[in-house]
Structure formats: structure tokens, C-alpha cells
Ligand binder design. Sequence first.
Ligand code: SF4
Length: 764
Amino acid sequence: MSVNRDFFAERDFNRDFQESGAPEGGWAQAARLPGAMVPTHCCFCGVQCGMFLRVRGGKVVGVEPRDFPHNRGSLCPKGVVAYQQVGHPQRLLHPMVRRGGKGGQLQRASWDEALGYVVDRWKGIQAEHGRDAVAVYGGSSMTNEKCYLVGKFARVGLRTRHVDYNGRLCMSSSASAYARAFGIDRSPLPMTDIPLARCILVVGSNIAECFPILTRWLWAARDRGARLIVVDPRETPTARTADLWLAPRPGTDVALLSAILRQVVHDGRVDEGYVRERTVGWEEARAAAEPFTPEEAERISGVPAARVVAAARLYGGADPSLILHARGIEHSTHGVDACLACINLALARGQVGKPGGGTTMLTGQGNGQGGREHGQKANQLPGYRHIDAPEDRRVVAEAWGIPEEELPGEGAAATEMVGLMEAGRIRSCLFMCSNPLVSLPDLAQVERALARLDPLVVVDFFLSETAERADVVLPGTVWCEDEGTTTNMEGRVLRVRSAAEPPGEARRDWEILCDLAARLGRGAWFPHRTARQIWDELRRVSRGGVADYSGITWERIDAEGGVFWPCPGEDHPGTPRLFTERFGHPDGRARFTPLTYLPPAEEPDGDFPFRLATGRTVYHYLSGTQTRRLEFLNSQAPEPWVEVHPRAAEGLGIRGGDRVRLTTRRGSMELEALVAPTVRPDTLFVPYHYGGAASVNRLTLPAVEPKVKIPEYKVCAARLDPLGASPRTDRGPRRNFTADTRPDMFPYASGEGRSAEEEEGKAY
Ligand code: SF4
């Protein structure tokens, strides 16, 4: 792969970002001096904006802009107040154990008591029920070092095959699509390339609210004449300024994108030379798109045929052209196909591998990219190796110093774990920096599943909804109380620095894992005393893998403003742009995929006439565990609302500000109506960051994409009633797909995990 370092030098994007190496004694020590400024990155979304934390008297007291290449001193509302978590009065300061059984109280305990209790229970469970009866559920808001250690702890410490993470709920569709089409799961270009694009097609991403600082690059492109097309059922702030807005019914993206591809073909805009020389499978993909005329796309998606044609002509006539996509198309039982539809389009136009061209997946979690590369996924080993590939197993087992046959095989995906917990096959689980009692669909079933765990163990720094139900709570650290690295949505590896010590008795998460491993008698494999030791081990183990970090030192990250993987040697410059000459498959070619349209698992009917979509607001992050505790952010969005179109609201007798009842076949909730013409009349929207009775995931459908098991958060059938109207009680299974007809889409129902047939077809 070639590297264009000059690109950055020319544009001066990497200049003087005020990071010339740590002071003597390290940043943590400097942070204890009066008025120290610690250069680090925001803990929230995948942009990972650079920032300085102001530290006085050992306390983090503020934030200041940092001229980092991709945010150039800007921060969004979340980034500005992120530091307020550090000294927050609700921080967990000591371990807690629930005394008096499941109905008892969480009470203060010593580390020795809490860890001793957990390990004794785990040993007993594994002796009686097998090693796989204990599971680990990680997260992607942690550093690469922690993510790596979570996977190693599960497979070498606990020796269970069941380890997965919350990235299963957000990036698994695009990860699978990129791995399948390109051979490497990483966005192909840096965000500083965006201004080079002449047309940007944003599909299923509310960029202005989810990645506010990324908007600067969209405007930089538009200042240079780029056209913007947005595909979204809501007129988001990004859609509002677009040249063309297409508002499909939720869950119909494959049909719409296939129709755009067909029109590009009919307009003679396919790059035939690129397709011939750099891809395989075009004829099959082209033939599969042919039935999707603009009129057929209109029938399925509701987007007027003329707009489909206009989008194809805007996109197809621009060079370079860039497609940005996110959870709007990924949270679907057909999410992988929707991402592949974007890729088909970009490949047909010969864009992937060009500066400013191709496709890019927008990563929601801060370390959503790195979190899926280092072995905390159910099927994966560090370096983005596959746990079933004999050579990958041999390399990692050797690096870890264990016999290859001791390395467990593939375990259950996060969504499959719920069924296994409810069925009693997973009897204890360690949750680390994840809050499934807000984030998983159909929470009533998740509650039943977690209630069967004994013990339910949670590592977190606030008492999340999941931690409230735990048998043992272990206090961890926020991002700036530890050293480490993250990998942002570009594939750029960045340094996160410690600006404060953990409060009270809280410990760094990796220290907790090392202590647990030692108590399990596996301490020899977890000798780490610093995050840097974990990093150096991660680098070694990743050498030769797809995600090769072996050449990335902390010093290089400091000196170069981050390093893009793959970086297979300390003399290798890193790889800002992928696929400039060849793709990651052995033959160097990208794969087209023939696609067909299948409807969502559950569609509206007479009883439930709306499509309910869930998503984010700018003021909150993921399950809200952090942002609901930050006063400014919570004051702006203290509770969820339901967006409903004025025409629909009028028909229901609902006015803006009314309390209303939202109902699906899983349950109902009360919330405030936001009557706005910015949502399709047949669609309702609710933000998902809230807990308890305010959690919209009490209503969502636990259907998943059959291979990667990502839930269908973006569409289920719903009804809306003014408060006081009798809620319908019809809960009949009126669905396109059910657990009987498609058990691969309903893992909660079976509790059996993946079938042998599904194993054959796995692609994530
Ligand atoms: Fe943080 Fe993302 Fe906002 Fe930047 S855009 S400040 S990384 S939340």
C-alpha cells in the first residue's frame, strides 16, 4: 500500500499541534504541578478531538482547545464538559457487594472481599458447569490496551469462549461489509480528505449531532463546490442544509441504494476500467440491481422516483465522490447489505482508493475502531485475526505462551449472550464499561436474563442501570485517569494521557483484570504493571495481522500527531490511505456483492401504524451513563421525547408538548410529543440514551442481522396515543420474520447460540 505523506505536509494539517513529547517525569507527574496542561483526546465519539485538560493541584479543572489535525481547536458541547466526570460527586469510590441475596443491598466491601467473592464463585461455576458458563462483555469506549486485555483475560484468564462487546450493537454491520468487500475493516481515508470530494452522499448519519466537529470537513468541501446529498428519514441539521434530501421509510435503504446504482449504470457513469482491473463480481451485482427502477424504489422506500434519479446524477457526475454512512443503515436486520450497497456504488464509480473518494464508516464510540481490532470480539484474536483460522490461532497462542488447543473457539455475540443467560447456560458475566440495561433491545427480556446471573459483576465508574442490578460493583476509572491509546474513525492511533489519579479506592480497569487473573491462578500471563507494558505486548501480538500495530510507539504518536495502521515497522510511515493500489484480499481486488431487498423484521399494520426509529441527540452519548450526569448536557435533554409529524399528530389529536403513550408489541412508555415536520409522517423518532421507564429499548424489537447479530434499532411497528386513551393490548406476532421462520434473526428466543449452518456463513 502506498502512502501519501506529502498530502499532509502540503496542507499543513499536522503542523504545530503543540505536542512535542512528554515533560520529564511524564504528563501524569506534570499534571500535579500548578496549572499544568495535559494534551489528550475527547472520550466521546469516534472523531477523538484533541484537547488540553487543565490540571491544578492534582485535579482536572477545565479544558482548552488543542490545534489537532482533525479538530483544529474545536470541541462540541460534549467535549467541552467531558472533564467534569473526573471529580463528579456520583463517582464510585469503593467496591460494593450485594449482601442478603438478590433482594439485598449493595454495600461497601474491600477489594479483597469483592474480588475474592467473584473468583470463588467463578471457580465453582466453571467446575460445575464448564468454563463457558462464565462470560465477559466489554466495550469500545475503553483504550486499546484495555480492549486487548479484556479479550486476553476471557480466553487466557477465564478460559471461556464467551467474550464480546458493545460494539456488536453499533459497528458490526459496516465491519463485516468492509472486511468482505475490501479485505480490511477500516475506513480507507483520513477525514482531512473530505474537502477533496466533489459530491458527498451521507447515508443514515445525523452528522451534525453525532459527530459535530466532523461537520467542519463537510463545510470545507462545500466551500470548494462539493454537493451534499443526505439520505435520512428525518430532516436532521445535516439534511436541512443539503442540496438534495432523500427521506426513505426506515429499513428500505438497500432498495434505494440499488436504484441509485442502477441509474448510474443506465447513465453510463460506471468506471469500466476500474471495475475490470480492480474488482470481481460486477456482472452479478449489476444484474441484481437491475429490477430496482426509480419507480420500484419509490414504491418500496417512499422516495419520489425523480429524486432517486437526481441523486444518481449528482453522485454519478462527481469525481471524486465520497459516501459517509453510519448507524442509520447499520441498525437493521439487513445492515450488512445496506453497507455493501454503499460499497457497490462507490466501486462502480471507481472511487475507493482515490484521495477524497470511496466510502467511510462513521464510528460512534470513541474507540469503536480500535475496540474491534484487538480480540474482544466473539470471533476474533488480536491484530484482527480470526479465532477459527489455524495459523492465526497458532501465532497468538505462541505469543501468549499457551498451547494452541487451550485457546477457546468462537463464542456467542453480545446479543446471543442474552438468550444463553436466560437459558442458564451463561451463569455469570463480567460487564466492563457497558450498560446493556439501557442499550440492548427488548429490555424486559434483558432484565430477566441478567437476573439469572449470579454473580452479575460490573466494572464502571458510575452506578449505571446495569451496575444497580449487579451483585458485585468494581469501581474503575474515567478516560483521563489512565494512560493508553485509542484508534479513531480514520484508523489513526492516538495517545490518551493520565491527568489525575483514580479517586478513592477506584482502580484502573486493567489493574482489576490483572488482579482477577492472579486470583484465578493465571497471573503469570498478566504480569503488567503499566498500561505501556500492555501496549507493547499488543504491538508484538498484532505483528503480521491485518491490523498490524507493531511499528506504532507512543513516542511516534506524540511526534507525528497519531499514526495510521497498518504500520508493520518502526520505520514504516503508517497508512493514512488504504487501497490506493490493491485491496486486502489475496488477489488484491475488491468484491462486489449482488443484493436483493428484504423488508424489516416488523412492519406497520392497523394496530401499530408507525415505524419507530431510535437514535442520538447531540447532548448525550450512548446509554447516557456519563452525559446524564453532566449538568449542562442533562439540562438540555433531561428526558426522551417522541418526534411526530404535524399531519400524523393532528390525526391523533396530539399537540406539541402533550404527554403521549408510545406502544409496541414489547411494551409502552409515556413521554412528551415533539410535533415537527422534520420526520416522515409514517415514522416516529425517540432518542435512546435514557434508563428505566424512560428507555425506548423497552419497546424495540430483539431482531438482529442474521450473521453479525446487530439489532434492528431503526425500525419496528409502533402506535402513538394521547395520554388517557386506552392502549391496545394486541401483541400478536404480525411480523415479516419471527423466531419460528427466521431463528437466526432472534437469538434471544433460542438460547442456543449459533447453529452449524450459520457457522458456515459467518462473515464478521
Ligand atoms: Fe468529543 Fe466527538 Fe464532540 Fe469531538 S465531536 S468533542 S470527539 S464528542
